[in-house]
Design a protein around this ligand. Sequence first.
Ligand code: C2E
Ligand code: CA
Ligand code: CA
Ligand code: CA
Length: 278
Amino acid sequence: YVAKKNHSGFVVYSQKLDQHSPHRLTLMGELRQAIDRDELVLHYQPKINVKTAMVSGVEALVRWNHGVHGLMPPDDFIPLAERTGLIKPLTLWVLNHALQQCAVWQEQGLKLDISVNVSANGLMDLDLPDTVAGLLASHEVAPERLVLEITESAIMLDKDRAMQVLTSLAGMGIRLSIDDFGTGYSSLAYLSKMPVKEIKIDKSFVMDMEKNSSNAMIVHATIDLGHNLGLEVIGEGVESKEIMAKLKGLGCDVVQGFHFTKPLAEAQFSEWLSKSIN
Ligand code: C2E
Ligand code: CA
Ligand code: CA
Ligand code: CA
């Protein structure tokens, strides 16, 4: 923890600022072990096809089952992993377990696409396409089943390198999705050249679109833009049936959000799925 004086002269403590604070070092070491010891867990949130009202796939979202802190949300350790090189083994862990689960569903006759988040430094990894190819082969999952969600800012970190990685992933038949769309600073001209298949409108625009007219306009425009570029458009952060109805009216292709369910551990997800429309 570091002590800093803010503008009014008060001392405030921040655990975020100091890269070398004992807290961070401990957590980093623990995360390394957690990956090795399978103390991470994936939760799954369904994606619903608006036209068919069927569950078309799931997004895998990682949590850390920490001995002391309990179930930790990804925002508490992904940024740390990003800055320390742990993101590579973490991404590998997530991909491996997500594809393993996808294979299990496949055996049960469930055709579910699986979406996995790949953050900035994960995307800069030139080995990623080979790694993914190896995992798909060993789990016997078709590349078309896998969606990799990337952010605009990750692409803009190093455009050439991102393009190289994304081109080989797309060439293998893997679907690429731009996550948190609308929150980055990327150029649309550049994005239209990327081999992506879908965009996910950031939940900050969707969540309050029924009462925030400028957000509603952004959502409307983004859906039209996506469709004009030949992309599938996903709305995330759908928390009510009113928002669901609005997105349906605007022609949004796929929806995801607490209105259907929050992300669930595998057993709870199976239970939810058996009670749902599929
Ligand atoms: P994201 O990829 O944008 O994931 C969506 C987040 O929104 C998830 O939070 C999900 O639980 C939440 N969410 C879904 N529906 C709703 C809704 O209707 N309302 C609200 N308010 N929230 C909703 P979560 O699971 O805490 O994940 C946070 C972020 O952590 C993710 O944002 C993603 O950027 C990152 N993350 C999660 N898993 C992984 C992973 O395996 N690898 C990497 N690199 N990042 C991950
Ligand atoms: Ca995502
Ligand atoms: Ca998102
Ligand atoms: Ca995000």
